[in-house]
Ligand binder design. Sequence first.
Ligand code: 5GP
Length: 115
Amino acid sequence: MDDTLFGKIIRREIPADIVFEDDDVLGFRDINPQAPLHVLFIPKRQPLPTLDAASEADAPLLGKLLLTAAAFARSEGYADSGYRCVLNCNRDGGQTVYHLHVHLLAGRPLHWPPG
Ligand code: 5GP
């Protein structure tokens, strides 16, 4: 049982603005958006808390999360202007929810290096 906030969103126990769903991936808008487009893409089935917990067997899922984010960015018109995919891992990476997720940010120039 995935008892994180995102597990509850997958099970529809708490509401979210869901913008994408297939058998493997759920995409929903971040509650505290950092850009005009800020969507989180999460795996629906494998309970993977962090990127550090991923193994070779998770490679297709990780690839799918990124490709899903890219396809969504393209469908929203951000392919040419650009966007950023971020995956925070553990404390110093800034991770706060321990259900692996890819942030998709777009719609404004994104600075580098990050804070
Ligand atoms: P992290 O810091 O773990 O990389 O990202 C977690 C993200 O989840 C944050 O950007 C935060 O704003 C978002 N978040 C936290 N609680 C909720 C919630 O209840 N609903 C939604 N849609 N996003 C949330």
